[in-house]
Design a protein around this ligand. Structure first.
Ligand code: NOJ
Length: 558
C-alpha cells in the first residue's frame, strides 16, 4: 500500500467535543445516490446530497466502506484501505465530498475495517504466493489442519455460517494450510500480534485524518486480539453471550485495549482530536471499556436494535447505558437501525415474538406486516431516541420511515449470509436497497440505471420529493425534531418522571420533556406546551389533552 499525497481539508470547528451530542447520519454509499448511472451509489452522489443532509439537520455523516472491494460483504472486504473504489469515484471526489460536507457544517466519519482484509488485498495475495511460515503469511492466521491436515484447526464458526477456516489448495490441486476468516472466506482475518499490521493501520488512520476526516467507525473492534496459542480453544457459543472476564479466545479479549490505546495516541495527534466509535458486540458492562477517553472515546450501544417496543425494556436500556457512559467518560450512543438489522419500522410492525429472519424468509408475507403500527411506533421511538442525551445514529432512509424490502428475489440477494447459511437466512439486503429520492425519475431518482438491488413500487410513497411536500411525513418529523434538538440538546443527563408504567417520560434541561406512550390506549398528557409530536394529539372539547397510544410528545414545561 502506498500513500498518495493528501490534500488536507480544513476542519471548520475546532470543537473537540462535537461528537458527544451529535446526530450522525449513516450513509451506505452504494445505496445512497448514483451520480454516474452505473447502478451503484458513489461519492459524488453523496456530495450532491449534502444540502439534503444539512437541511435534515444532522451533524455528521458516517460513510460505510467506499474502498476498493470485490463486494463479497458489501464493501466490508477492503482491498485497499487508502483509496476509493473506482466504481465509486476517486480520492479527488472524496476530497470534494469532505469539502462540501465541512462547508455545510457537517463532520465526516469513515469506516475502518481492521479485523480482516479482502482476499484481493495485496497482503493476502502475497500470503497465498508465499510458503507456510513466511512473513507474508504471518500477517494473517494460517494454520495446519488437524488429523494430518484434513480437519480445520479449530471448531471456530464463521459469523456468516459454516466454519471460520478455509483450506488452501496449490495450483496442482494439493491441499495445504487453512486460513481463518471470522466472516466470509473472502475476508481473511489479520493477526494483530504482528507489528507490521499494527503500524499499517496507524498509517491508514493518519491517511484519512490528513485528508480531513473527523472520525472513524471501527468495525468488529472486539475481534482484533485473539488467543492463537495452540491447541486452539473452543469459542463461547454466541447465543449465550460472551464471558465478562475476557476469556473468550476470539472476542473481547483484554489485550485488544492496548491496540486502541495506541490508536488514541494517533487520533490525538490532530486538532481537534479525531473521534472513534467502536462496533463491539460484547457484554453490556464491557462495552464502555472501548469508549474510554484513552481508547476510542465512544462505543455503539446496539440494545435498542434488539428491544421490543416495550416501555420497561427501553427504560432499562436507557438507564444502564447512561450510567455506563458516565463511568467511561464517553457520551452514550443510540441506534434504532443500521445496515445490519431489519429496519425498525418493520420490526415494530411484526408480532412481538416474530423472528425477523422468518419474516424475511417468507418474502415478507408471513406474518403479515402491520405497516401503520410499525410506522407509528417507529416515529415514536425515533423521537424518544432524539430526545436522549448522547449521540444518535440515524441510518439512511429511516428519516423516510422506510420499511425493510423483504421480497428481494433470491437470485438478486447479495449478502454472504444468504450463501453461507445455504439459504437458511436471507441476510441484510432488505435494509440496503437504494433510496427513493423522487417519483418522476428512473430508479426513484437514485440514478439513471437499474439499481444494484431492486426497489419496490411502494418506495414511491416514501420518496423524498413526496415527503418534503407533506407536513405530516416522517421526513418532516425528523427535520423538525432535529431542528429542535439543536436548540434544546445540552447537558448529558435526564430526570425520570414516573407517572405511568406504560409511559417513558423524562425531563431534560430548560423544561424540555419527552413523553412516550407505549400502550395502544391513550394516556394522560402532562401539562405543557406541545413542541412536537410523532402523531396527532387532540384535545377533546372541554376535556384534558390526551397522549394517544404509541406516540411521543415533546413538551416545554414551565
Ligand atoms: C460489521 C459490519 O457492520 C457488517 O456489515 C460486516 O458484515 C461485518 N462487520 C464484517 O465486517
Amino acid at each position: 500500500m502506498t500513500d498518495t499525497d493528501a490534500t488536507p481539508t480544513e476542519v471548520p470547528v475546532a470543537d473537540a467535543d462535537w461528537w458527544r451530542q451529535a446526530t450522525v447520519y449513516q450513509v451506505y454509499p452504494r445505496s445512497f445516490a448514483d451520480s454516474d448511472g452505473d447502478g451503484l451509489g458513489d461519492i459524488a452522489g453523496v456530495t450532491s446530497r449534502v444540502p439534503y443532509l444539512a437541511q435534515l439537520g444532522v451533524d455528521a455523516i458516517w460513510l460505510s466502506p467506499f474502498y476498493p472491494s470485490e463486494l463479497a460483504d458489501g464493501g466490508y472486504d477492503v482491498a485497499d484501505y487508502r483509496d476509493v473504489d473506482p466504481r465509486l469515484g476517486t480520492l479527488a471526489d472524496f476530497d470534494d465530498m469532505v469539502a462540501a460536507a465541512h462547508g455545510a457544517g457537517l463532520k465526516v466519519i469513515v469506516d475502518i475495517v481492521p479485523n480482516h482484509t479482502s482476499d484481493q488485498h495485496v497482503w493476502f495475495r502475497e500470503a497465498l504466493a508465499s510458503e507456510p511460515g513466511s512473513p507474508a503469511r504471518a500477517r494473517y492466521v494460517f494454520r495446519d489442519g488437524l488429523d494430518g491436515g484434513a480437519t480445520p484447526p479449530s471448531t471456530w464458526p464463521s459469523n456468516f455460517g459454516g466454519s471460520a477456516w478455509t483450506r488452501l489448495t496449490r495450483p496442482d490441486g494439493t491441499p495445504e494450510q487453512w486460513y481463518l476468516h471470522l466472516f466470509a472466506p473472502e475476508q481473511p482475518d489479520l493477526d494483530w500480534s504482528n507489528l507490521e499490521v499494527r503500524d499499517d493501520f496507524k498509517a491508514t488512520l493518519r491517511f484519512w485524518s490528513d485528508r480531513g476526516v473527523d472520525g472513524f467507525r471501527v468495525d468488529v473492534a472486539h475481534g482484533l486480539a485473539k488467543d492463537l496459542v495452540e491447541p486452539l480453544r473452543d469459542a463461547n457459543p454466541k447465543d449465550f453471550g460472551l464471558p465478562t472476564d475476557g476469556s473468550d479466545p476470539l472476542y473481547d479479549r483484554d489485550e485488544v485495549h492496548e491496540i486502541f490505546q495506541e490508536w488514541r495516541e494517533v487520533l490525538d495527534e490532530y486538532d481537534p482530536p479525531r473521534t472513534a466509535v467502536a462496533e463491539a458486540w460484547v457484554a453490556r458492562e464491557r462495552v464502555s471499556l472501548y469508549a474510554r477517553p484513552t481508547e476510542l472515546g465512544q462505543a455503539f450501544n446496539f440494545e435498542l436494535t434488539r428491544a421490543e417496543f416495550d416501555p420497561a425494556e427501553f427504560r432499562t436500556i436507557i438507564e444502564s447505558n447512561l450510567e455506563l457512559a458516565a463511568e467511561s467518560g464517553a457520551s452514550s450512543t443510540w441506534v434504532l437501525s443500521n445496515h445490519d438489522v431489519v429496519r425498525h419500522a418493520t420490526r415494530y410492525g411484526l408480532p412481538a415474538t416474530t423472528d425477523g429472519d422468518a419474516f424475511l424468509l417468507s418474502g415478507g408475507t408471513s406474518p403479515e406486516l402491520d405497516r401503520a403500527t410499525g410506522l407509528r411506533r417507529a416515529r415514536a421511538a425515533s423521537m424518544l431516541m432524539l430526545a436522549l442525551p448522547g449521540s444518535a445514529y440515524v441510518y439512511q432512509g429511516e428519516e423516510l420511515g422506510l420499511f425493510e424490502v423483504a421480497d428481494i428475489p433470491d437470485d438478486q440477494l447479495q449478502d454472504p449470509v444468504w450463501i453461507r447459511t445455504e439459504h437458511g437466512l436471507k441476510g441484510r439486503d432488505g435494509c440496503r436497497v437504494p433510496l427513493p429520492w423522487d417519483t418522476s425519475s428512473p430508479a426513484f431518482g437514485f440514478g439513471t440505471h437499474e439499481p444494484h438491488l431492486p426497489q419496490p413500487a411502494w418506495f414511491a410513497d416514501s420518496a423524498v420529493s413526496v415527503e418534503e411536500g407533506d407536513a405530516d411525513s416522517t421526513l418532516s418529523l425528523y427535520r423538525r425534531a432535529l431542528a429542535l434538538r439543536h436548540q434544546l440538546q445540552r447537558g448529558e443527563d435526564l430526570t425520570w418522571v414516573d407517572d405511568d408504567p406504560a409511559v417513558v417520560h423524562f425531563a431534560r434541561h430548560d423544561g424540555w420533556h419527552s413523553v412516550t406512550n407505549f400502550s395502544t390506549e391513550a394516556a394522560a398528557l402532562p401539562e405543557g406546551e406541545v413542541l412536537l409530536s410523532s402523531g396527532p394529539v387532540e384535545t377533546p372539547a372541554g376535556g384534558a389533552a390526551q397522549l394517544p397510544g404509541e406516540t411521543t410528545v415533546w413538551l416545554r414545561v414551565r
